[in-house]
Design a binder for this molecule. Structure first.
Ligand SMILES: *Cc1c(COP(=O)(O)O)cnc(C)c1O
Length: 430
């Protein structure tokens, strides 16, 4: 942590400091790649890239290319299009592999996040004898909870008994890695699967994926990660960490548009196992036989074997344009800026709000991405509405949290300073 802190001058709450950081920021030009929404004639302060990333300006042209091919070629677009649709999903192997730290054949862009989670659970939740339990963090994103609960019920198990939820210590908001590992060891012969968020959507805590994966494997369990809030936010090395599978969506930090196409990772030790149980569709079939319309499924090699349907090209066109923006930088450059920018936000919040808010996100940069979650016990909703009226886009999560995510691709240090000024005015009135 000290080392990270040394990379930039000590924080200072001033516009001059913020501007100085922006001028020194090698990524400052990337903001111009995105459309910023406007509120009462001025660009908003957008801190909600953790919910819906901004639209890259290149998306429209990428969509038009596919629309024109469709208009001009009809069905022939599958083979003669600018980017032939029959192999469209392959455009995502390299860029997604780079973002999650995988081999190209270990990743695939397909479906939506919850669908992918179900597909992965069908393959990787394989209860056997006493080993039936699934472990997740308490307060997991509702869709993940529903997916886990329904897979348990599907196999005839009651979630109350077979879903083990990791709960923070009394008086704490986030989980300690040692405590997680202890739970795994204490239930070593009961656990079939550990399925957690890489970065928790509510608290903003980034879990130690490598250590938890190791601990889960040591007790003979499988491990899957929901990376909705991790991908494009923190550096990931899924292959080297030995993660069994992972899923994510593309509309948060990956900026690929509402309901955008999600992704999945399957480690190569499983991805090339054609006998693994799965829910199959024709696009996961060996591509050389896909159009022979044969009776029996023959799995393709790699994560693409989990595909169900032919690719949603229009949504994928937006996804590809959005991923191309990441090619202009690297996760390590984004992360370096992110650590500084979120550290500045934390400093500003403490300076102007003092004890009015409690930040429940860990203050150690290694344990968080860009998001800070503010616990606002009293009149939190009022603070949220004040910010909204002043052109600040943050979000409110029931029962009492405001999430603020400065995204290194398009947020500036001056954005954070301007938020600080609004909060200072608010604090003076309350
Ligand atoms: C955003 C998010 C989802 C959303 O699921 P969709 O299937 O994309 O609607 C699910 N799980 C987590 C952890 C999320 O953060």
């Amino acid at each position: 942590m000290m080392k990270l802190m040394m990379k930039h001058p000590p924080f200072e709450y001033s516009q001059a400091y913020a501007r100085c950081c922006d001028e020194a920021d090698p990524l400052r030009g990337l903001r111009g790649e995105f459309y910023l929404p406007v509120h009462q004639g001025a660009e908003v302060l957008y801190f909600t890239g953790n919910s819906l990333g901004l639209q890259p300006k290149t998306v429209r042209a990428a969509l038009e290319t596919e629309l024109e091919d469709w208009a001009a070629l009809g069905v022939e677009g599958h083979f003669r299009g600018t980017h032939p649709w029959v192999s469209y999903h392959k455009r995502f192997e390299q860029p997604l592999a780079a973002l999650v730290g995988a081999k190209p054949e270990e990743v695939v862009a397909m479906n939506t996040l919850t669908v992918n989670l179900h597909l992965m659970l069908a393959s990787f939740y394989q209860p056997e004898g006493k080993r039936t339990a699934i472990v997740c963090e308490a307060g997991a994103f509702p869709s993940d909870q529903y997916a886990l609960e329904t897979h348990l019920r599907h196999r005839g198990f009651q979630p109350e008994e077979h879903l083990l939820e990791l709960v923070p210590r009394h008086g704490e908001h986030t989980l300690r890695t040692d405590d997680i590992v202890a739970v795994l060891q204490n239930h070593a012969d009961r656990i079939a699967l550990v399925m957690m968020a890489g970065v928790q959507y509510y608290t903003g805590q980034a879990f130690d994926i490598a250590a938890i994966t190791r601990a889960a494997h040591a007790i003979g369990a499988r491990v899957g990660w929901d990376l909705a809030h991790a991908v494009g936010n923190i550096p990931l090395h899924l292959h080297d960490w030995g993660v069994d599978f992972a899923v994510w969506c593309s509309y948060k930090y990956l900026n690929s548009g509402p309901g955008g196409v999600a992704g999945a990772f399957v480690h190569e030790r499983h991805a090339n196992n054609v006998d693994i149980p799965r829910l199959a569709g024709w696009w996961g079939n060996d591509e050389h036989e896909r159009f022979k319309m044969q009776r029996s499924f023959r799995a393709a090699r790699g994560a693409q074997a989990w595909q169900l349907s032919n690719a949603p090209v229009l949504a994928l066109a937006a996804h590809k344009a959005a991923l191309d923006v990441f090619d202009k930088t690297s996760m390590s450059a984004l992360r370096a800026k992110s650590v500084h920018l979120t550290g500045f936000l934390e400093y500003v919040l403490r300076t102007v709000m003092g004890h009015r808010v409690q930040i429940i996100t860990p203050s150690n940069p290694d344990e968080r991405g860009c998001q800070l979650s503010l616990l606002v016990e009293k009149q939190g909703r009022q603070l949220f509405e004040y910010l909204t009226q002043h052109g600040v886009v943050v979000d409110w999560r029931e029962p009492n949290v405001i999430r603020i995510a400065p995204v290194p691709l398009y947020n500036s240090f001056e954005d954070v300073w301007r938020l600080g000024e609004l909060l200072r005015a608010y604090a003076a009135m309350h």
